[in-house]
Design a protein around this ligand. Structure first.
Ligand code: ADP
Ligand code: MG
Length: 674
């Protein structure tokens, strides 16, 4: 086995690789950008080397510096993680040239699967079923339009070099084809430096089912069953589970063998995933077509680890070291059910706009990491795993993607896994940037997901249930603020008013007022002591009997109107975030004196919601614009964000040009009154 490896990545995957390496007695070297000097992955490794500035192209994509770091520290191999350099054949070659083992497939295999079009051509020869379509070299627009007619609408135009859900256009009718093609090619050129596209039938109500496979240098190749990743937003995965609900043993073997055939056709070595799109036929049978092969470890590999009891990073290290696969096909068993939820800093209600900021609170459910075969041996409360690349107090920066962590649960069956995931999400408390935690919980509990009525449009179909839902009810949130205020006063006075029924004064009186702000709406709340000594909470004109007991660690046992609740309240200055069984609510508990003279010169400006690059401007000086009209498009955190006019007005001046980098809060253009 290697003595030392370099991990050419960051975040949760770098931490995850370090964990397995440590268990195997392999030393680890981290690399880091300026922003990551104190990051979790740096702490997780034995050594660390600074490789440059914050933008990925200045650090995690600087492969010469990474190779230099490996050589300077005496590492023998490089683990690329996913994203960044993991599917870069030139990097894989450069590793070999520098005498380092690239922990991944041979460069030729990466190259063969690097183009979706070329991969489809190869798979066709290997007899793997394909989505009907056109994947030839010739990209003449008239030819592509004829092919689309032949395939039949709706069709999907895909950038051959695309990834991460980008560079795809669904086209529903022939009239729209030419414009969609041009826009898809523009995006492909800009994002991937290559505008070649393929066209395929758009499968309606498809499922995304992928096969995990592994090959070694001795000619062995096995599949580790499937994952269902149908729950997606913007063609990107949100929830992943294994096994796929409704999968028959025969179909599993058939898909597994097709994936193995795909790998063998390109001389594959290491961990890989063959993605299929599956369509349910009228007779309930599942038909599947090859979509693409990802020549790396996937984000969602933990669900496969949970149901097989094998550590896939360990397998990667062994295979890269020239050892045979740790198991043969017949040794592999599928046990129980696992689901992963990707926890991201983003606002689902604002089109999944990524969010940045400091993680003031980051509390995970009590968890026990899966170890070798631990999934099978673990007791009922042990089947929760958290793969995180951040700690409380760290910042989610705009330079990388928005994933904070992955929550993985295992159960004897899907129902148990679902219940554990719901409980685990409920116990996940994050304060700081907006997150998708509450949204994930609603998706998990939706009828469609809980009954496994899966397809890639699930979130879209269920949007009325899963988006724009209210958080915790205001009276309960106010009760949390009041409970904490009582506890704080008690601590300050050194007395114990919780057990006293009489004579205790709130701030020297029998009544205390709270000015609460939820979003932009102000609400008054009052906490009063009545003549009989009981407490009463009033919120927005309604009154409840109230009592509270501190449970320690920001938790309170609260009785509100006779109903018992456990509330957790986190406080940073005026910001209070209250978590309960049913959800959470963030509010400001305003100190009126501190705010005299606020609110000067605000509003009506078009500002950058985060640092990023301007990639389009849809208005010019002199244009009259309406509130809500799209004025600019920015790119940050690997996503595009359309910025809309905050009010009606006339564009007076553009302050930035396309291609400019802008800071958070920067005004992008001057908007004058009509
Ligand atoms: P990426 O490289 O971005 O992962 P994929 O080819 O894997 O691109 O496609 C991503 C997602 O787009 C799939 O998981 C699926 O939801 C959707 N998709 C891809 N091909 C089709 C198709 N032919 N019909 C319908 N949806 C598709
Ligand atoms: Mg894909």
């Amino acid at each position: 086995m290697f003595k030392k490896i370099l991990i050419a990545n960051r975040g949760e995957i770098a931490c995850r690789v370090a964990k397995t390496a440590r268990r195997l007695g392999v030393r680890t070297v981290a690399v880091y950008s300026d922003a990551d000097a104190d990051a979790a992955h740096v702490r997780a490794c034995d050594e660390a080397v600074h490789i440059g500035g914050n933008a990925a192209k200045d650090s995690y994509l600087q492969w010469q510096r990474i190779l230099d770091a490996a050589q300077a520290t005496g590492a023998q191999a490089v683990h690329p993680g996913y994203g960044f350099l993991s599917e870069n054949e030139d990097f894989a070659r450069a590793c070999a040239a520098a005498g380092l083992v690239f922990i991944g497939p041979p460069p030729e295999a990466i190259a063969a699967m690097g183009s979706k079009a070329a991969a489809k051509a190869l798979m066709e020869q290997a007899g793997v079923p394909l989505v009907p379509g056109y994947h030839g070299q010739d990209n003449d627009p008239a030819l592509l339009a004829r092919e689309a007619d032949r395939i039949g609408y709706p069709v999907l135009i895909k950038a051959s070099a695309g990834g991460g859900g980008r560079g795809m256009r669904r086209v529903d009718q022939a009239e729209d084809f030419a414009a969609a093609l041009a826009s898809c090619q523009r995006e492909a050129k800009a994002s991937f430096g290559n505008d070649h596209v393929l066209v395929e039938r758009y499968v309606t109500r498809p499922r995304h089912i992928e096969i995990q496979l592994f090959a070694d240098t001795q000619g062995n190749c096995v599949y580790l069953f499937e994952r269902d990743c149908s729950v997606q937003r913007r063609h990107q995965k949100v929830l992943e589970e294994a096994p796929a609900p409704g999968m028959s043993a025969a179909r599993r073997a058939e898909m597994g063998q097709a994936a193995v055939a795909a790998a063998q056709a390109v001389g594959y070595v290491g961990a890989g995933t063959v993605e299929f799109i599956a369509e349910e036929l009228d007779d309930g049978d599942l038909r599947f077509y090859f979509m693409e092969m990802n020549t790396r470890l996937q984000v969602e590999h933990p669900v496969t680890e949970a149901i097989t009891g094998h550590d896939l990073v360990e397998w990667q290290l062994r295979v890269a070291d020239g050892q045979p696969l740790p198991a043969r096909q017949d040794d592999l068993r599928l046990h129980g059910h696992a689901i992963e939820a990707r926890i991201c800093a983003e606002n689902p209600d604002a089109g999944f706009l990524p969010a940045t900021g400091r993680l003031a609170v980051l509390r995970w459910p009590a968890h026990v990491a899966f170890q070798r075969n631990a999934a099978q041996d673990a007791g009922p409360s042990a089947a929760v795993r958290v793969d995180a690349g951040v700690r409380e107090g760290d910042a989610i920066s705009p330079f990388y993607d928005s994933m904070i962590a992955k929550l993985i649960v295992w159960g004897e069956d899907r129902a148990q896994a679902l219940a554990r995931l719901d409980a685990a999400l409920q116990a996940t408390h994050i304060v700081g940037p907006a997150t998708n935690v509450a949204f994930l919980r609603r998706v998990v509990n939706s009828t469609a997901f809980s009954t496994a009525d899966l397809d890639t449009a699930l979130i879209e179909r269920e949007r009325a249930q899963v988006l724009n839902q209210p958080g915790l009810a205001l009276p309960l949130a106010a009760a949390g603020v009041a409970a904490q205020a009582l506890a704080a006063e008690t601590a300050a006075e050194g007395a114990d008013p919780w057990s006293r029924r009489n004579g205790w004064r709130l701030h020297g009186g029998a009544r205390r007022r709270f000015d609460l702000l939820v979003g932009k709406t102000a609400h008054g709340a009052t906490l009063e002591r009545l003549h009989d000594g009981a407490l009463r909470l009033g919120v927005a004109g309604e009154f409840w009997s109230f009592s509270a007991q501190p449970l320690g660690g920001s938790r309170y046992d609260v009785l509100l109107g006779g109903q018992r609740h456990t509330l957790t309240v986190y406080r940073q200055g005026e910001r209070a975030t209250v978590f309960a069984d049913g959800g959470s609510l963030e509010l400001l508990d305003i100190d009126p004196i501190a705010h005299a003279g606020d609110h000067a010169g605000e509003g009506g400006r078009l500002t950058a919601p985060m640092p990023g690059k301007v990639i389009a401007l849809h208005a010019k000086p002199g244009d009259a614009v309406k509130a809500g009209q799209a004025l600019a498009v920015m790119e940050a955190m690997k996503m595009e964000h359309t910025l809309a006019a905050p009010r009606d007005g006339v564009v007076a001046e553009l302050l930035y040009a396309v291609g400019d980098q802008v800071a958070e809060g920067a005004e992008l253009l001057k908007l004058a009154e009509d």
